[in-house]
Design a protein around this ligand. Structure first.
Ligand code: SF4
Length: 354
């Protein structure tokens, strides 16, 4: 069964973090209100029922009851997973109570590190104590499915400091942890700082420690960067990796619907003014499906692959066997998946494979 997800981009932040390349502008109450109305107006023309809804950003929590206001125009299934990204400083009772009442049942909070000196280096405005408080207050509003984001690979981070961060998440008993490697994007302030990230070997070693420590605390890895207690894998993100359909609304939001990809430009005023999405490309078919499925621990199942009408080109399975011998890929029954070592060099593995 093909699932349908909705992504709503909330392009406002209190201020820009040094490493961030997501599209967002400084928060302004009046502009945010106009934006919420523009999103609602577009949503009212979409006659669909969604299996998952995801408010990303930017900082969705910064618009307070705006998230609930938007959600009031969305039709979603009874057991839909509805996530809002949230920063500790804007996890107000107004945001949490209205979000919970409107159906938000999952929060994704940007922790990045539990060490306050590292948070300063990352130019994050919060502290670990404010994240703890946000998690506790979310639970008071009955939002119990909580994910924390952790960052890997910045200068000064050590195995010990990373373990402290993971232990902090485990002590808070959150259900899900995303551990992303720092990627220095050209147009961000971090691009102008020398030596802001660790070198490849150091990052690989931190990634190993991260996976080990998360496993020790009972978080199963289900994707290169995502770990969850059993049953709490993010259903919305699985839609992306399974190549199911999703509709994205907002500047910079991408969609895959009915075999077509399209996106909105990174321009808030154009979106508010009613611009149309730009057709990007047809769904990349077999190769794109292989690439996305191999991000998952489950990997690629041959019968599901064939059910989608795909077939392997000659030589593909021979290349899989070569990768298996190198310890980068597993072939088991009717499934292939990357090993831990394979995840670390995923781009090279895919280039060779495809
Ligand atoms: S990291 Fe999050 S809070 Fe910081 S600028 Fe980017 S979207 Fe905003």
């Amino acid at each position: 069964m093909i699932l349908l997800g909705l992504y709503v981009h909330i392009p406002f932040c209190r201020r820009k973090c040094g490493y961030c390349d997501f599209y967002s502008i400084n928060y302004d109450k009046d502009t945010a209100k106009t934006y919420v109305d523009a999103v609602k107006s577009r949503l009212s023309k979409i006659d669909k029922t969604f299996d998952t809804v995801y408010f990303g950003g930017g900082t969705p929590s910064i618009i307070g009851s705006g998230v609930a206001d938007i959600l009031s125009t969305v039709r979603f299934s009874e057991n839909a997973e509805i996530t809002a990204e949230c920063n500790p400083d804007s996890a107000t009772d107004e945001f949490l109570s209205t979000a919970a009442e409107s159906g938000v049942n999952r929060l994704s909070i940007g922790l990045q590190s539990a060490n306050d000196s590292e948070l300063k280096l990352l130019t994050r405005p919060h502290t670990s104590a404010s994240v703890k408080s946000a998690v506790e207050r979310a639970r008071m509003h009955n939002i119990n499915n909580i994910s924390l984001d952790v960052m890997l690979g910045f200068k000064g981070q050590t195995k010990q400091s990373l373990e402290r961060t993971i232990d902090f998440c485990a002590e808070l008993e959150v259900n899900h942890i995303s551990a992303y490697m720092l990627k220095v994007e050209e147009r961000t302030p971090f691009a102008k700082i020398d030596d802001i990230s660790l070198d490849g070997d150091e990052i690989a070693s931190l990634y190993d420690s991260c996976c080990e420590r998360l496993s020790y605390h009972g978080y199963g890895q289900y994707e290169i960067s995502n770990f969850a207690k059993s049953g709490f894998e993010c259903r919305h993100n699985l839609i992306y990796w399974n190549c199911d359909d999703y509709i994205g609304l907002g500047p910079a939001a991408h969609s895959l619907y009915d075999g077509k990809r399209y996106y909105y430009e990174r321009n808030l005023n154009d979106f508010i003014g009613g611009c149309q999405p730009i057709y990007d490309d047809d769904f990349g078919g077999r190769d794109e499906y292989i690439m996305l499925r191999l991000r998952l621990n489950d990997g690629l199942n041959f019968s599901e692959f064939e059910k989608r009408g795909f077939s392997f080109e000659s030589g593909f399975l021979d290349r899989c066997k070569t990768l298996e011998k190198a310890g980068l890929l597993l072939i088991k029954d009717d499934r292939i998946s990357l090993t831990h070592k394979g995840f670390l060099v995923q781009n090279s593995v895919l280039t060779y494979l495809l």
